[in-house]
Ligand binder design. Structure first.
Ligand code: CO
Length: 357
């Protein structure tokens, strides 16, 4: 059993008091394996992503010689990550590779060995505490047969699901090959976590992090609607477990608009026999929506059984104190807060962590 401390009291607070924070599983947290420039170049290409460790707890995510983003040790160092989890009272993290590592544009032969390397390095990171660190796999979706092979291999090695981009090579998730991959995941009981990446209209979003603020929520909305309006959910087994990041992006805010359009325009009903909002029982979302009114609306659209705590750790656009919005949500009772923070994710990823506190 874990007894996790809340963050240390600040000066002036009673130092003897130790708050035991409610158990929590963070389903949206990223890692970056300590890939060297040489390994990345050999595995993929000279401009492939790799990690520069400055040796002082800081580093850079690199893309070839380009400094992509400054980062800190918990992103790649599992001991530093566990210390942070203790500080924030996070019982378990389900960790997924930073989306810059998707590399779907690589040739299929490269994509498969790249995915295997990322997956094996994720397993190594989690060896330090295989109960509290649970990896999602990377799938080389430029070749669906290879992707199916690799996610099944990763499942055998302890990965608790797969992390995929919301589009691949210009194709949305309703692409027949991608639906075939989702069918494989449903059949093999591999949970799917969908993350936006490589956002639309980049030329119009060059400033103010607009790719993250506008592009990513729009990409996730597009991914969910592509599965609903194409009728893909009609063809996919109900056993498919699929979760979308960032509270499903713009989906919840716009679902009434989509339902209205479905009622009034036959071209929207062509491949989607039921009202779009009726498919919300086919997927989950994380809780990264940042305030109580947004979480309450998300719960009204999705149901509290389909929201799982996700913070986007360790990046600055994530929830700084993982799960704090759930903790403070007055519209939830304590058993429901526990469902959002822990039991929904425990069931979704088949973690069997119910005995942990
Ligand atoms: Co993220």
């Amino acid at each position: 059993m874990f007894v996790l401390r809340n963050r240390p009291p600040s000066a002036g607070e009673v130092t003897e008091a130790v708050t035991v924070r409610a158990r929590r599983i963070d389903v949206h947290s990223h890692f970056f394996p300590a890939l060297s420039k040489e390994d990345a170049a050999i595995l993929c290409s000279p401009d492939a992503p790799w990690l520069r460790d400055n040796g002082d707890g800081t580093g850079f995510m690199m893309s070839g010689d380009h400094e992509y983003r400054p980062v800190e040790a918990p992103l790649w160092d599992p001991a530093a990550r566990l210390a942070e989890m203790d500080r924030t009272g996070t019982t378990i993290q389900v960790i997924s590779a930073t989306p810059i590592l998707f590399s779907y544009a690589c040739a299929p032969s490269i994509g498969e060995r790249w995915a295997a390397k990322i997956n094996d390095m994720a397993s190594e990171m989690c060896e330090i505490d295989p109960v509290r660190l649970r990896p999602l796999s990377h799938a080389p979706l430029q070749d669906i047969d290879a992707a199916c092979r690799e996610v099944s291999r990763a499942k055998d090695n302890g990965h608790v699901g797969v992390h995929i981009g919301n589009h691949i090579d210009g194709r949305n998730l309703d692409d027949l090959e991608l639906v075939r991959f989702l069918h494989h995941c449903a059949t093999e009981d591999i949970a799917v976590f969908v993350h936006p990446w490589n956002t639309m209209a980049p030329d119009r979003m060059t400033k103010y992090m607009l790719k993250w603020l506008v592009g990513m929520p729009a990409e996730t909305h597009l991914a969910i609607l592509s599965l609903i309006l194409s009728g893909a959910f009609e063809r996919l087994p109900r056993s498919l477990k699929i979760c979308f990041a960032h509270g499903g992006g713009n989906f919840a805010a716009q679902i009434a608009r989509v339902d209205n359009a479905w009622r009034r325009r036959d071209i929207i009903r062509t491949d989607c026999p039921n009202p779009p909002s009726s498919y919300t029982d086919r997927f989950c979302v994380d809780s990264a929506v940042f305030d109580e009114p947004a979480l309450a609306h998300l719960a009204a659209v999705m149901g509290t059984e389909r929201i799982m705590m996700g913070s986007d750790y360790p990046f600055p656009l994530g929830e700084e104190d993982p799960g704090a919005v759930i903790d403070r949500a007055a519209f939830l009772d304590e058993p429901t807060r526990d469902a959002l923070r822990f039991t929904n994710a425990d069931a979704f990823f088949s973690l069997n962590a119910g005995g942990l506190q």
